[in-house]
Design a protein around this ligand. Structure first.
Ligand code: NAD
Length: 487
């Protein structure tokens, strides 16, 4: 295996200190296939030390006012913004996403997560009622849960990790975070900013390592009463089983198999442009990406022609090239998995309209070993094919015609997932009707990926349990108590 000259060696961040590790796992650069970073291979000992630090820091942090905590979070947001370019380049290097995506989506959103919860935490209120017949007053108080475990995936590394850290600490919890071992660099860089922002030692601890060792130790730790997890449904099942032994509170944000339903009266040009983005942005490695496209019969042919043309124009290339729309997939294994689904689709009668690999001549020599795959559009795949049922999590979409509303809804709902859906139509009544019938935690109509952080985010069915968002995160990261006063 070819190696870069300088290997980046990451460290854990425990009790406000960087702690070197004796053992590591290799992390590969997706655009070259070379090892470029060594991630601590942490286990129980490191997790125990982090939980101890978080326990010690908890009483003083919980006692601070929301205003004080909010000020520190705002400072953290400012620091992330001041290092935006540096963080964007690191995220792109580590994950494979284009620098442009990291610069315009991942890193600004990571900063905004802290800014948003710094403010939101000032506005939470609890309940109070006198509506009983015995003259009592009843009210609720909320207190932080304690030490919470945060486990995040590789597709939007800093964005999703901060979406958990921000509400957890804004509400007075202390945390032990375990980012994905495939993309740990920006979490490690964040630790330097935590210090600078004035986050006290022990409030945020970051333990790097694999899910099987570090992740499992965190889930199994008896002094971590709540776990917020974003990742695959299979891992969530494992976490659920092991958490049950400790009655842990779980928030699970999981996989999807998201449909786009395009009616004949849609604004086709806007729809094609957005659907190309919803299918291939971030290499299709966003849990909210479209992976099944149902198009009403009268416009099926026209849509397909325009969509394939636009998919062919979606340029795959080095992530640091500003003309690239898409970089490589996260790993060799993931590339093989995604290719495997394309083969299954073909086995089941599907016809691949575009996306047969990437011409190596289009890539610079340093990227010849990278995990690139062109945007792939397949048609004629039966609904029961694995390519139509299972999460592919790559730049592959299946397109299929439908006749009427009932058929579109039934087929959209005919998978075990229920994360996100998109509806395209100019008929307002239909948009409301269809959105209501779709089994998805979020339905976009005539748009995609516009997030309102105040409202619940999460999935139905195998796409998750619980919701995150202003009010929902408030409820997850606090314990509620009802107090009754007889007067
Ligand atoms: P994954 O489940 O393999 O890993 C996610 C995290 O869990 C990583 O940090 C990993 O190290 C850790 N982990 C793995 N096994 C563990 C175990 N046994 N115990 C504790 N921790 C463990 O998922 P991934 O491949 O990193 O991410 C891709 C998946 O995440 C896709 O299914 C995608 O849809 C999903 N996702 C969902 C959302 C959402 O908001 N719903 C957002 C992003 C990604």
């Amino acid at each position: 295996m070819a190696r870069n000259c300088v290997l980046l060696v990451l460290e854990n961040y425990i009790n406000g200190e960087f702690v070197a590790s004796e053992t590591h796992v290799d992390s590969f650069e997706p655009s070259t296939g070379n090892v470029y970073c060594r991630v601590p291979d942490s286990g129980e000992a490191e997790v125990n030390a982090a939980v101890e630090a978080a326990k010690r820091a908890f009483p003083a942090w919980a006692a601070r006012s929301p205003q004080e905590r909010g000020r520190i979070l705002t400072r953290l947001a400012e620091l992330i913004e001041s290092r935006l370019e540096e963080l964007a380049i690191a995220e792109s290097h580590d994950q494979g996403k284009t620098v442009e995506h990291a610069r315009t989506v991942d890193i600004p959103r990571a900063a905004y997560n802290f800014r948003f919860f710094a403010s939101a935490v000032q506005h939470y209120t609890t309940e109070c009622t006198q509506a009983d017949h015995v003259g009592c007053m009843h009210y609720t108080v909320r207190s932080p849960v304690g030490v919470v475990g945060l486990i995040s995936p590789w597709n939007l590394p800093l964005y999703l990790l901060t979406w958990k850290i921000a509400p957890a600490i804004a509400l007075g919890n202390t945390v032990v975070a375990k980012p994905s071992e495939l993309t740990s660099v920006t979490a490690w860089m964040l630790c330097m900013l935590l210090r600078e922002a004035g986050v006290p030692p022990g409030v945020v601890n970051v333990v790097l390592g694999t899910g099987q060792k570090a992740g499992a130790a965190l889930v199994g730790h008896p002094d971590v009463p709540a776990i917020s997890f974003t990742g695959s449904t299979a891992t969530a099942c494992d976490i659920t089983v092991r958490s049950a032994l400790h009655c842990k509170r779980l928030s699970l944000e999981l996989g999807g198999k998201n449909p786009a339903v395009i009616f004949a009266d849609a604004d086709l040009d806007a729809c094609v442009a957005t659907t190309v983005r919803s299918s291939f942005a971030n290499q299709g490695e966003i849990c909210l990406c479209t992976s099944r496209i149902y198009v009403q019969r009268p416009i099926f042919k026209e849509f397909l022609e325009k969509f394939v043309k636009a998919a062919r124009a979606w340029k795959v290339g080095p992530p640091d090239d500003f003309t690239s729309n898409m970089g490589p997939l996260i790993s060799k294994e993931h590339l093989a998995k995604v290719r495997g689904y394309v083969e299954l689709a073909e086995r089941d009668g599907g016809q691949v309209l575009c996306g047969e690999g990437v011409d190596p001549l289009l890539l610079p020599p340093r990227c010849q070993g990278g995990y690139f795959l062109a945007p792939t559009v397949i048609t004629g795949v039966p609904d029961d094919s694995p390519a139509m049922q299972e999460e592919i999590f790559g730049p592959v979409v299946c397109v299929s015609p439908f006749e009427d509303e009932d058929e579109a809804v039934t087929r959209s709902n005919g998978v075990r997932y229920g994360l996100a859906a998109v509806v395209w139509s100019r008929d307002v009544a239909r948009v409301h009707r269809v959105a209501k019938r779709l089994q998805a935690g979020i339905v976009w109509t005539n748009c995609w990926l516009i997030r309102e952080l105040n409202l619940p985010f999460g999935g139905m069915k195998a796409s998750g349990i619980g919701r995150e968002g202003a009010k929902d995160s408030f409820e997850f990261f606090t314990d509620v108590k009802t107090i009754t006063i007889k007067h």
